[in-house]
Design a protein around this ligand. Structure first.
Ligand code: TMP
Length: 213
């Protein structure tokens, strides 16, 4: 019997939404429950992608122009899709990815005001048209998110863009949800970590069951 194609789940949200920490806990629990989970992240997730990530997030790279930024994200993405994501999906596995193409639309599109058409073109080129089956938006007021990042001492080059940039990113995410509501679930990330964690787990288990896992 042919192996069924796996499922691709992405997690999006403004900086400081707690996405990465939440995803770590969630993935560990689902693996313990026996689900064939592979957790990865963008930009990064491969040796080449991690080098591109370092360039993208380095606070010293103030000279980076918008188009260079957009293209570097796609370069890291194409490597991740071919090396990691597609092979796991081909085995029938579940991929949980911390950010994906919607981050490009929100940050480089709404944030930097590049046109959606040009970004859709380079995203398609980078991914070969791979679209997530489910995307969870950890929604948060960007002021709260950036304060969390400052408190944690982990500010990167993208965080350092002004608050209006981050407000456009959040509004962008909410627009993207409106355009494709069947693919998205919004989770309020302004609540205590354990509440958010509980809701994330319930959502994931519901979708995994509906897919026959
Ligand atoms: P993070 O790993 O802390 O989320 O950092 C990644 C940063 O890169 C974050 O500020 C969002 C940004 N980003 C983009 O601007 N475009 C993209 O396509 C991706 C994947 C991330």
């Amino acid at each position: 019997m042919p192996v069924k194609q796996g499922k691709f789940i992405t997690f999006e949200g403004p900086d400081g939404s707690g996405k990465t920490a939440q995803l770590d806990i969630l993935a560990d629990e689902l693996i313990q429950d026996g689900y064939p989970i592979l957790k990865t992240r963008e930009p990064g997730g491969t040796a080449i992608g991690d080098q591109i990530r370092a360039t993208l997030l380095d606070l010293k790279n103030t000279a980076m122009v918008d188009r260079t930024e957009a293209l570097l994200y796609q370069a890291a993405r194409s490597q991740l899709v071919e090396e990691i994501i597609r092979p796991h999906l081909a085995k029938g596995g579940i991929v949980l990815c911390d950010r994906y193409a919607d981050s490009t639309l929100a940050y480089q599109g709404y944030g930097h005001r590049n046109t959606m058409e040009s970004l859709q073109g380079i995203i398609h080129y980078a991914t070969g048209g791979l679209i997530p089956d489910l995307t969870i938006l950890l929604d948060l007021d960007p002021e709260v998110g950036l304060q969390r990042r400052l408190d944690a001492g982990g500010v990167n080059r993208l965080d350092s863009y002004d608050i209006h940039f981050h407000q456009r990113v959040r509004a962008g995410y909410l627009d993207l949800v409106q355009e494709n509501p069947e693919r998205w679930v919004i989770v309020d990330a302004g609540r205590p970590i354990n509440q958010v964690q509980k809701e994330l787990r319930e959502i994931l288990l519901q979708w995994l069951t509906s897919w026959g896992y």
